[in-house]
Design a protein around this ligand. Structure first.
Ligand code: GRF
Length: 222
């Protein structure tokens, strides 16, 4: 089967370790994609340097220079669309998106969120997981909808929480899992195995009602 290369634009606000995992997966030919540009809403972040080191155009669009969220998002749409991407990847992009922005990329934008959604939407997910005393925690790849961290789920990685864990140890272990499952989900799109139509996710042509889970380095369909 010929796998067409997927053109990506990756949006970041910080360190970009997920961006790095995507860059590395492409270099290792595990992910059939090209990153056309990396765009950060914060200047001078490590993720921009990672893009530059990999020879990828690194663009800063500082939200502080815009009068409104709408004006920023319109300019962001302009910058992204110049690259004609197939898929937009949110990788630690710490901005709430306007409905117009989300609608413009409906079915073409993925996010990764460090919890087992629908648990722990929003910030400080690792501490909240500790405080809630959960036995399992993890990370979710999902399509973006206009509900914050509420779009249709694609893939989750699950880790066990031990008595010794704190927010920092959880964050480290979850991050490792992020770097595995984000390139995996993007490759599913490249292989045309994963799609979203009318807010319904399909994997291998089957409606996905519960996301597959990556547990102990294995994929299990739940
Ligand atoms: C990750 O924890 C991701 O789940 C969340 O933002 C963080 C980004 O980390 N959306 P990095 O910049 O990719 O290292």
């Amino acid at each position: 089967m010929t796998i067409s290369r997927l053109n990506l634009v990756v949006l970041i606000s910080g360190s970009g370790s997920n961006l790095q995992a995507i860059i590395d997966a492409i270099a290792a030919q595990k992910l059939h994609a090209n990153i056309k540009a990396v765009i950060s809403n914060r200047p001078d972040v490590k993720g921009l340097a990672r893009a530059q080191s990999a020879g990828i155009p690194a663009i800063t669009l500082d939200h502080k220079n815009f009068e409104s969220r709408e004006a920023f998002d319109q300019q962001l749409i302009h910058e992204i669309d110049q690259q004609q991407p197939d898929l937009i990847i949110l990788a630690g992009f710490m901005r709430i998106l306007t409905d117009d922005f989300v609608a413009h990329y409906n079915g073409r934008m993925l996010n990764i969120h460090p919890s087992l959604l629908p648990e722990f939407k929003g910030l400080n997910t690792h501490q909240r997981a500790i405080d809630a005393g959960v036995k399992q925690h993890g990370v979710t790849v999902h399509y973006v909808s206009n509900e914050l961290d509420g779009g249709p789920l694609v893939l989750q990685a699950v880790i066990d929480v031990t008595q010794q864990d704190n927010a920092e140890t959880l964050q480290q272990r979850v991050h490792q899992q992020e770097h595995i499952i984000y390139p995996m989900a993007i490759e599913w799109v490249a292989q045309q195995r994963l799609k979203m139509i009318d807010q319904q996710v399909y994997l291998d042509k089957q409606p996905l009602n519960s996301p597959p889970k990556w547990i102990n380095n294995q994929l299990s369909n739940s």
